[in-house]
Design a protein around this ligand. Structure first.
Ligand SMILES: O=C(O)CCC(=O)C(=O)O
Ligand SMILES: [Fe+2]
Length: 220
């Protein structure tokens, strides 16, 4: 815990290098396997587990209440309302390590983030199905802490679609399927039209016995 109180903590002396992958004519991923160094990832993981209240979010599907297969929490400035979040709890106030992480991402990506959704995958049985974050504008920066999990990115054509939700013609990239191994301290950024033309998921991996935290920084 001492590290968290140290003002040098998470100050990013070096600017991490992001690898850019153009996945279609309008969509880009940026990828950095070691965005946060190992010692700091462990402190940040412990800090978040101690500070956050995790909620087993309930949603309604086909008229029935169901729990999401993971736990959630969130950070935002006071007064921010995100209607797509189904959590009952109020946002957490940005802690100082979270402010530093947010500031670094904002500097590197040249964007201002409004809130951060936190997912806790307790073990490999927790997951998130293929989806697009249609509510998120343009850019989502996603940090992994803890267990390594697979991250799949698939074009809408793989789901038998020909149009977007807004009836727009789809792009037609050569490669329609990506798999990343999201390791402790990694960053993946989805930008451009990724949420329009692609879906992403973190599938179940039964052999994973340890928890993973995922932080997605988003704009309203
Ligand atoms: O856990 C992850 O890496 C992805 C989470 C995600 O896609 C979401 O919360 O919308
Ligand atoms: Fe997502």
């Amino acid at each position: 815990m001492e590290l968290v109180r140290d003002s040098k903590w998470l100050q990013f002396q070096l600017t991490p290098i992001l690898q850019e992958i153009q996945i279609d004519s309008e969509s880009t991923l940026q990828w950095c396997p070691d965005f946060i160094n190992k010692e700091e990832t462990n402190s940040l993981f412990d800090h978040l587990m101690k500070e956050l209240n995790f909620e087993h979010t309930q949603i309604t599907m086909y008229g029935k209440p169901i729990h999401l297969p993971r736990l959630q929490s969130w950070f935002a400035d006071e007064g921010i309302v995100v209607k797509e979040l189904f959590q009952k709890q109020k946002q957490h106030v940005w802690t100082s390590p979270m402010q530093m992480l947010k500031a670094q991402l904002e500097k590197q990506l040249n964007v201002k983030f409004d809130y951060c959704l936190v997912n806790l995958y307790r073990d490999g049985n927790d997951y998130i199905n293929f989806h697009a974050d249609n509510e998120a504008k343009d850019i989502i920066a996603s940090i992994t802490l803890g267990a390594t999990r697979k991250f799949l990115v698939r074009h809408l054509r793989c789901f038998g679609k020909n149009l977007t939700r807004k009836r727009k013609q789809l792009t037609n990239p050569e490669k329609k399927d990506y798999e990343f191994s999201l390791t402790n301290g990694s960053l993946i950024v989805m930008s451009g039209a990724t949420q329009q033309y692609w879906k992403h998921s973190v599938p179940k991996e039964k052999h994973v016995k340890t928890p993973r935290l995922n932080l997605t920084f988003r704009t309203l």
